[in-house]
Design a protein around this ligand. Sequence first.
Ligand SMILES: Cc1ncc(COP(=O)(O)O)c(C=O)c1O
Length: 463
Amino acid sequence: MGTKLWHPFADMSAVQGNELVIASGEGAYVTDEAGRRYLDATAGLWYCNIGHGRRELADAAAAQIGKIAAYSTFGNFATRPTLDLAERIAELAPMDDAVVFFTSGGSDSVDTAVKIVQRYWSLQGKPNKNLIFTRNKAYHGMHMAGTSLAGIEANRTGFTSLLDSVVRVAWDDADDLISELDRLGPDRVAAFFCEPIIGAGGVFAPPPGYLEKVRSACRERGVLFVADEVISGYGRTGHWFASDRWELDPDLILSAKGLTSGYLPMGAVLVSGAVAEPFWSRGGVFRHGYTYSGHATAAAVALANLDVLAREKLVQRVLDLEPVLAMALRPLMGSELVVEVRAGVGLLAAVQLAPEAVAADVTLAPRVLAGLRERGVLTRLLADTSIQVSPAFVVTASDIALLATAIAETLAELGSPVAIPVNIGDVDLLPEQTRDDTEAGWGSNVAATDEWYQANRPPHHRD
Ligand SMILES: Cc1ncc(COP(=O)(O)O)c(C=O)c1O
């Protein structure tokens, strides 16, 4: 009997009869309908920052539904949790006088931002300043605007009426962006959309100095800087926002996922006071919004989620675990099936399978995933056939050891023996293991080395 569920990002001919039905979750683990428990190496789709199964969030949702589940926020309507959440996010936002436009998820946030920046320039009397810059490897969701912005080529091929106001530049070369900006001229370019650390494209951290350079190039030329923090927002890089980590001072921040840890769907666009000003003072009606913008129950859940992140110091925990994850994955570089291990920014990592090996044997990638699943680890492959690693923030050092060992054993089984990672299960999360990262640099093909960690220890952890 076939399924009636049309799965997203799926080849339905392969999915039929092969569904894995997840029934419950607790912390960094999930359990399927057959009762098998897995380490959820991806935290769902990069969203479950606080971990699964929190009663506190269920209670927050139930309490709000008991009062009123949702009400419109169009015009001057509001609900209390929506107002409170906007206040709370505005306080966290690393930008001056931020205001918050709520959406139903990340792709909505991207669409909303494209409309805000284009309208912003129209209100400034510059309607032709409408080009949007984006990077190769970028993922900005799957609405029509986000698909148009896609830097992962496969995600935009085959769609015939995408936005034609998009310019793509190299993901890692600030000079490429600068020369395109100068070629087209500041009167044409509205904004640069940028994931501070590329996620779905394969987990690529910015090369040293890249973000600083593109940020000031945009500022000098009057181009708005839009940080897409749908993955990195709410703690994933060990800071509330990646914009804090790299001191980006963005004009807009796009968020979703970690805002509610995925307990309910919700997104938010954080807009600096300067960009909001013309809308709030003289813009008239901004004809944009979604039925569920600021949904009361989602907002109540988001507030509870932010409470947990703060109370349990989970954002700091991500920073403490950052070197633990990088060191655990490093030995995997020894496998000839692996071309690169990328880690060293928060709880985000990727183990990229060698493209030639994947091309030579189409069964390789699925067998890697199956091998991991047999060993109790659930993950998926990113656009460049990297194994995604982005666990919940409550993951422990021994969970991380289990994950690295499962990958090592799977690669060994597939014919490429690799040293089993040392047992890091007993590593204490001492402050000495955190590091400052404003100069986050990535080594040749291994993200971080011991010397690098020593050299980059934050001042308050130096002897
Ligand atoms: C950077 C980025 N932007 C936007 C999106 C789209 O978010 P959603 O899938 O919630 O629409 C994603 C989703 O993974 C993302 O990673």
